[in-house]
Design a protein around this ligand. Structure first.
Ligand SMILES: C[S@@+](CC[C@H](N)C(=O)[O-])C[C@H]1O[C@@H](n2cnc3c(N)ncnc32)[C@H](O)[C@@H]1O
Length: 162
């Protein structure tokens, strides 16, 4: 394999030791209609297809109170990404950017985030719209959204749920 194999024009990578990851504990799996990156949206849309966050049963009780929120933030591990590019040339753009100037899945720690619409919670499975990840993507965390949309139960002073 040559040093530039798999790279687009002007892309640059670094030589890395195999990652010694911080210990993340995946809390479940995301089910989406997309098996192939080519079909997957670059960013989720709130009118996109219904997707599911399937939590491991040990975390079901940790959902208590989340049903009060219309919008939630989802963090996930883009597990099929390469992690060694420092400059990237997005397809169809023609320009080159530093990795931290992009929301590309290719990054040293491939964490994806999306604000999604919470439709309902059934037996520890959250039904949502607004995701952009492949089927089977590991789920890292879920947080209630607190800025753009008010929770149905308004926060009181001293009760920020932070
Ligand atoms: C541009 S990223 C944006 C992710 C997130 N919304 C963000 O801004 O952090 C979304 C793209 O990542 C790719 N992707 C989705 N799931 C992935 C996975 N599990 N592993 C690697 N790449 C993935 C797909 O090409 C998808 O279009």
């Amino acid at each position: 394999m040559t040093d530039t194999e798999g790279l687009r024009p002007n892309e640059r990578k670094v030589a890395l030791e195999p990652a010694a990851d911080a210990t993340l504990r995946f809390i479940g799996t995301i089910e989406t209609p997309w098996r192939d990156r080519a079909d997957c949206p670059r960013q989720g849309r709130l009118d996109g297809p219904e997707c599911r966050l399937v939590l491991d049963p040990v975390w079901h009780d940790a959902l208590t109170g989340l049903e009060d929120y219309e919008m939630i933030e989802v963090l996930y591990w883009l597990d099929r990404s390469r992690r060694d590019l420092i400059r990237q040339s997005p397809k169809h753009d023609g320009r080159t950017f530093g990795t931290f100037a992009l929301r590309s899945p290719v990054r040293p720690n491939p964490i994806g985030t999306s604000m999604v619409k919470l439709l309902r919670i059934e037996n520890g499975t959250l039904h949502v719209r607004g995701l952009d990840c492949l089927d089977g993507t590991p789920l890292i965390d879920i947080k209630p959204e607190r800025c753009a949309f008010s929770p149905k139960a308004a926060a009181k002073p001293g009760d920020s749920r932070d």
